[in-house]
Design a protein around this ligand. Structure first.
Ligand code: ADP
Ligand code: MG
Length: 872
């Protein structure tokens, strides 16, 4: 057995080998040590190798589902090795030694298909990176949904490539990443090391990758599919090879690979995604995120599409407008939104069932789910198609409805064939309805008859022996047998008919020739019946796969409808409105609200205060001042979130919104301490800010919240100041900038496209009330001490703070005056005189002696007047 184990293990060195022995998966040697630690289970030993104990640990096969996720989450691959013959088969072939075993599948974090191992609303991506002539490409696939894409990240050693790649990978949140063994590891951040799976460089060969893709899609060229860079083809080809390897030859059903262009989307980099709390709040929880607040989709695939949209919204007016049109049509025609949403709820996760079927991992339940789901979809489609004349419907809705018009007979047939409650495993049969297949019915009848015969035999034997308690029973060891209590043992042994098989303390067991005959018949008909059921299953599975592409299209269409109904509903229940989207440079929002804060406040007595925002080519930058807690951050984020929702094709929380298409949205928050990362807070803040200054364009939206906060006041102020100047003068994106440095408001004198706004507060009874309303102008006071009072800091401390503040402000004024003095000194008459003298010199005419004299003069002046004077 150990020999067999080692042979198999040798082929799967990179995976933990789950070696099936009876009811357990056992692990040995190094694997056992790793797994026992990762799973926190006992490490034991079994036998010896080279005189040393062999470490071993194991998990029961029926609870493997509890253990596998832990290993997979930690990034391990698990090779599942099953017994591929039964003890009976081995006996038949009179074979010696251990049962035949084979690895049937390698489970890796990026290739999961089981619902129990996956999250319903999240895609599970396996990524693959290739670097060819300095250009980075990526391909990624979600095996559980058939989603397959590729993208060129950056060309020709572009200096920002590394940043782009890191950002892209952080955003995609890959479960597993394939790279070539010879790839520069510099690109990889620490957290990814466990999920990086290095591949042999020989796989990164263009032609063989190209062939790999062509053969998967049964095409001779990729021209009909799209345009790909060589790097994308390599990345995608390597992915397919890895799938073949881990799925032991089977490849899942994948949609046509699609090459994406970064410019197809509104770009939201990872830092922005985090700072705007799009998928998670700042503490890393789902609650409090944008997605948690707006996701009211009813289907799993709808939820996944919404998530994708919100992190990569459109950058194309037509695509956005098409979505608005459907929602407005639903609203304008009094379509019964709730009824449709109720029907959508009953649609199961078709993509995942389809993927399991394609990997021969499907169950009768998957067939049933697919057919039930598609029949519900048919009903939804019919209702919508009948609802109004086709030509009155929006364009996108018509094309969605067109994809739903397929022949649904297959799914009706599956419904007719399968019982409404079906087992989860195919191979034991029992899922086909009576009356569907004549031969199956016949075999089942035979079996019932035979069972009747057994009952008759039992009666006969009982009468014959006069033992009332005689029973015919069945177990795995003996099959059908006659059982009597042990005291009757002798009376049966006396009758020739009964052949003794076994005696225990309680019971004696016998068989008879009649019984053996019946049992053989039963077994035969049972096996034949299972074979027929399997044929029925495989036939349906094959037909479903033939329709795979159509099914994926249908799922996509239904996800679109799901989102449309969701938004239509939100328009009514939450007062979200349809934005006006254009190519102008504009962000004009009337009565805007923060979707998440508003949603969280829905149960409280106070309501969210709405605010306007009016930015365009003239009013480019809004500088917002106000004390802590006044609502600056909320205001900034709500405007960014509204823009994102608008470009994702959703309605927005506002009374009116005019939004010019943005190419990128940046949001940065001056970080509070983040020691865990080990990098100084300020450094992170600056790295993040540098990405904005290097990559934003005049079509971008920039949100800067307290930038510069991470360093000393004057440093921070200076940096904030020059960042603002740079944005205003050089890049000119629409910018919202919140700060508690009042000094910055002086910028409005020099920067003509910058306007100042403040969050209004009212003083009342020595404390302040936050009005949460944005007004023109600048805040004039620091309210920090008031806030401290509100927070319950003892008055002795706050009173003292007031005095200190007074002193500090005086000093700071002195400092300002000093610096002003310095500036005037530099511009003084003496300097100008000197510069005049300097200008008179003609360098070509001057002799060496004269130039030396001039230098002496300069030196002596500088010494008499103090060193700082000519510093400038
Ligand atoms: P700042 O950034 O100025 O310190 P925040 O934006 O963090 O202030 O807001 C502080 C708190 O005030 C928020 O947690 C929120 O509960 C509340 N708030 C902010 N804006 C509004 C608003 N427009 N309406 C109601 N409450 C608000
Ligand atoms: Mg703030």
């Amino acid at each position: 057995m150990m020999e067999q184990y080692l042979n198999i293990k040798n082929k799967y060195k990179d995976a933990l080998l789950f070696y099936r022995m009876g009811d357990f998966y056992e692990l040995f040697f190094e694997d056992a040590i790793i797994a026992s630690e990762a799973l926190d289970i006992a490490l034991t030993k079994r036998g010896k190798s080279n005189g040393k104990d062999i470490p071993m640990c194991g998990v029961p096969f029926h609870s493997a589902d509890n253990y596998l996720p832990k290993l997979i989450k930690k990034g391990f691959n698990v090779a599942v090795c099953e017994q591929t013959e039964t003890p009976e088969e081995a006996k038949l072939n009179s074979k010696k030694g251990p049962l035949k075993r084979e690895v049937v599948r390698i489970i890796s974090p990026g290739t999961l298909t089981e619902d129990s191992l996956l999250q319903r609303k999240n895609n599970n991506y396996l990524g693959s990176i290739s670097i060819l002539n300095g250009s980075i490409s990526v391909a990624w696939v979600d095996v559980s949904t058939g989603y397959f894409k590729s993208r060129l990240i950056g060309k020709d050693n572009n200096s920002n490539q590394k940043q782009f790649l890191t950002n892209f990978m952080l955003k995609k949140d890959f479960s597993e990443i394939l790279i070539s063994e010879d790839m520069d590891i510099d690109y990889i951040i620490d957290e990814w090391h466990p999920i990086i799976k290095k591949q042999s460089p020989s796989l990164y060969h263009y032609q063989s990758c190209f062939d790999q893709i062509c053969s998967y899609y049964s095409v001779v060229s990729l021209e009909g599919i799209g345009t790909f860079t060589k790097g994308e083809i390599i990345a995608a080809g390597v992915l397919l090879s890895y799938l073949k390897l881990t799925q032991c030859g089977k490849i899942p059903f994948l949609s046509m690979i699609k090459s994406e262009n970064i410019n197809d989307y509104l770009e939201i980099d990872y830092f922005t995604q985090k700072s705007l709390e799009i998928l998670q709040n700042l503490s890393g929880n789902y609650e409090g995120s944008l997605i948690s607040c707006i996701d009211e989709t009813k289907t799993a695939s709808g939820a996944r599409l919404l998530k994708q949209r919100i992190i990569e919204p459109f950058y194309d007016i037509n695509l956005i407008q098409d979505r608005y049109d459907i929602i407005n049509w639903i609203l304008g025609n009094n379509v019964h939104i709730n009824n449709y949403q109720e029907s959508l709820k009953s649609i199961p996760d078709l993509e995942r069932s389809l993927s399991r079927i394609s990997l021969l991992r499907g169950s009768p339940r998957d067939l049933l789910l697919i057919s039930k789901g598609l029949l519900s979809i048919k009903e939804i489609a019919n209702n919508l198609i009948l609802f109004q004349q086709k030509n009155l419907k929006p364009k996108l809705l018509n094309s969605i409805l067109d994809t739903l018009k397929i022949d649904y007979t297959l799914f009706l047939n599956i419904q007719k064939a399968l019982k409404s409650e079906v087992p989860l495993i195919v191979k034991e049969g029992g899922f086909v309805k009576d009356g569907f297949n004549v031969e199956l019915d016949h075999l089942r009848n035979l079996r019932n008859n035979e069972l009747n015969q057994i009952m008759k035999l039992q009666k006969k034997y009982s009468e014959l022996t006069k033992i009332n308690s005689l029973k015919i029973k069945h177990n795995r060891m003996l099959g059908y047998h006659v059982e009597v209590r042990a005291i009757h043992d002798q009376s049966l042994r006396n009758i020739d008919l009964f052949i003794h098989r076994q005696t225990t303390a309680q019971a004696s067991r016998f068989t008879t020739n009649e019984l053996v005959d019946i049992e053989t018949q039963i077994l035969n008909s049972y096996e034949k019946a299972i074979k027929i059921e399997l044929e029925i299953f495989n036939d349906f599975a094959k037909k479903i796969l033939q329709k795979g592409k159509e099914i994926l299209n249908i799922v996509h269409s239904i996800s679109e409808l799901d989102i449309s109904f969701m938004v239509a509903n939100q328009s009514l229940s939450r007062n979200y409105i349809c934005p006006n989207i254009s190519n102008d440079k504009i962000l004009e929002i009337t009565g805007g609200r923060h979707p998440v804060v508003e949603h969280q406040m829905r149960l409280s007595e106070v309501s969210f205060i709405s605010n306007d925002c009016k930015l365009n080519n003239e009013d480019l930058i809004s500088l917002i001042t106000g004390p802590n807690m006044a609502g600056k951050s909320t205001y900034l984020r709500q405007n960014a979130l509204i823009s994102i929702m608008a470009q994702a094709g959703l309605f927005v929380p506002a009374e009116k919104a005019k939004i010019g298409l943005f190419d990128k949205i940046f949001s940065r928050v001056g970080a509070s301490d983040d020691l865990a990362k080990g990098q100084s807070t300020f450094m992170i803040e600056m790295i993040e800010t540098s990405l904005i200054l290097n990559t934003s364009t005049e079509k971008s939206l920039v949100i800067l919240d307290e930038i510069g906060r991470g360093t000393s006041t004057f440093d921070g102020l200076a940096i904030a100041w020059s960042v603002l100047e740079y944005l205003h003068e050089k890049i000119k994106p629409i910018t919202l900038f919140a700060t508690h440095y009042h000094e910055l408001t002086a910028l409005k004198e020099n920067l003509k496209n910058l306007s100042c706004h403040k969050m209004s507060v009212k003083e009342w009874n020595n404390s302040i009330i936050f009005m949460h309303k944005i007004l023109d102008g600048e805040a004039d006071k620091s309210y920090g001490i008031h806030v401290a009072k509100l927070a319950g800091i003892p008055s002795v401390v706050t009173d003292n703070a007031t005095k200190i503040l007074y002193d500090l402000q005086n000093k700071s004024n002195q400092f300002k005056q000093n610096s002003i003095k310095k500036v005037t000194t530099v511009n003084s008459k003496e300097v100008n005189d000197f510069l005049d003298e300097f200008d008179k010199i003609n360098v070509d005419d001057i002799s060496p002696r004269e130039s030396l004299d001039f230098l002496y003069k300069l030196k002596s002046k500088r010494q008499t007047n103090g060193k700082n004077k000519f510093k400038k």
